[in-house]
Design a binder for this molecule. Structure first.
Ligand code: AMP
Length: 341
């Protein structure tokens, strides 16, 4: 019988609770320091204790996963803490497409796939001297917005970059990625593509709360001007958002375009959960600055089921449960190779 495994962080509680509800065995790869935390949750059947998550590639960990016929659910922590090569070397079957995770981590590849999918992306700025409009400077990988900063021109870029280097927040040989800042209402659109049904499902929307950019917006401009700390975009938590119903048709089109592009560019394509992240401007036009090619932590807000999934499934369905349902269906019909890599 297949079991579901994941790393103890990010959305592991949701993923394992969903798996348990679907009757699957649950395994958590857990750092020693978090053992006490995760032992509180009765739906976790087995803990594999490690010092560092990277040990998931080690023979010891892999063999426990193999004995349990585990499918590993990748999430942001896996991407943040391991290189693409390391992730690709994992022998345990990974839910979805492990090859597309590289496209999420590498900024240039990311931009290429987004263009291929026809997503409206903010203009990239290849050289700091070309910064003309308010722009945002980002780091590689799933850094969670930490160390990001906003700049108005080249001087501003140099000053802030140097300040962050001297504070030890970014390193001086780090390649930074600059793109124009898109202002509007933040919306992180969460989807699931089922290769078994060959169908795209829209799951829900969340907003991220980021410190300290959000804290800065809560103080009067007079104090903002006196503050010379470079504000970061470190994600602290998420809250739900419901879109105007008239926007849904475009949301599905964007998701479908992304799935089609991923099939062409990085086979077997965008299987399983993913997220398209961006902002709606004053004309309700969406600009997308990011995608995540796996479950996002923003789905945690719908642990009891998302509103859109209640419409589709007639039952409470979280993203964790949806993943487990797909694994179960694939197992029953001997198609596990269709949903894992
Ligand atoms: P990311 O790592 O690209 O998801 O970015 C982290 C956060 O930075 C996002 O959640 C947004 O708040 C902000 N952000 C990133 N890119 C842009 C952009 N081009 N325009 C506006 N905000 C952005």
């Amino acid at each position: 019988m297949t079991s579901i495994a994941t790393l103890g962080s990010h959305c592991s509680l949701q993923v394992l609770k969903g798996a348990k509800d679907e009757g699957l065995k649950t395994i958590l790869v857990c750092e020693k320091k978090r053992e006490r935390l995760y032992k509180r949750f009765p739906f976790i059947d087995e803990l594999i204790i490690v010092d560092k998550f990277k040990e998931v590639i080690d023979e010891k960990c892999q063999s426990v996963l193999e004995q349990n016929d585990a499918v590993l659910i990748p999430h942001g922590t896996l991407i943040a803490q391991m290189s693409s090569e390391e992730i690709e070397s994992i022998k345990t079957p990974i839910f979805g497409n492990k090859w597309i995770l590289r496209w999420e981590s590498d900024r240039e590849m990311k931009e290429k796939l987004m263009r291929e999918a026809n997503l409206p992306v903010p203009k990239p700025v290849t050289d700091p001297k070309d910064i003309e409009k308010l722009s945002i400077v980002k780091r590689q990988g799933a850094a969670g917005g930490k160390g990001y900063f906003m700049v108005a021109n080249q001087d501003d870029y140099n000053t802030k970059r140097n300040q962050l280097i001297s504070e030890g927040i970014i390193s001086k040989d780090e390649t930074l990625y600059i793109q124009e800042y898109a202002a509007g209402v933040l919306a992180y659109l969460q989807f699931f593509y089922s290769p078994l049904k060959e169908e795209l499902e829209f799951f829900g929307v969340d907003q991220r709360h980021e410190s300290d950019i959000e804290g800065l917006a809560r103080i009067p401009s007079e104090q903002q001007l006196k503050n010379n700390k470079v504000p970061s975009f470190n994600v602290i938590g998420n809250s739900p958002l419901l879109l105007r119903e008239s926007l849904l048709d475009d949301v599905y089109t964007m998701g479908e375009n992304f799935v089609e592009a991923a099939k062409r560019v990085v086979p077997p394509g965008m299987n399983g959960p993913f997220c398209i992240e961006g902002v709606y401007d004053e004309n309700a036009k969406f600009t997308s600055f990011e995608f995540s090619a796996r479950i996002v932590a923003g789905t945690n807000i719908y642990m009891d089921g998302s509103p859109y999934y209640s419409l589709l499934f007639n039952e409470n369905m979280s993203m964790g449960k949806r993943i487990a349902r797909e694994v179960k269906t694939a197992q029953e019909s001997n198609q596990l190779d269709k949903i894992t890599t």
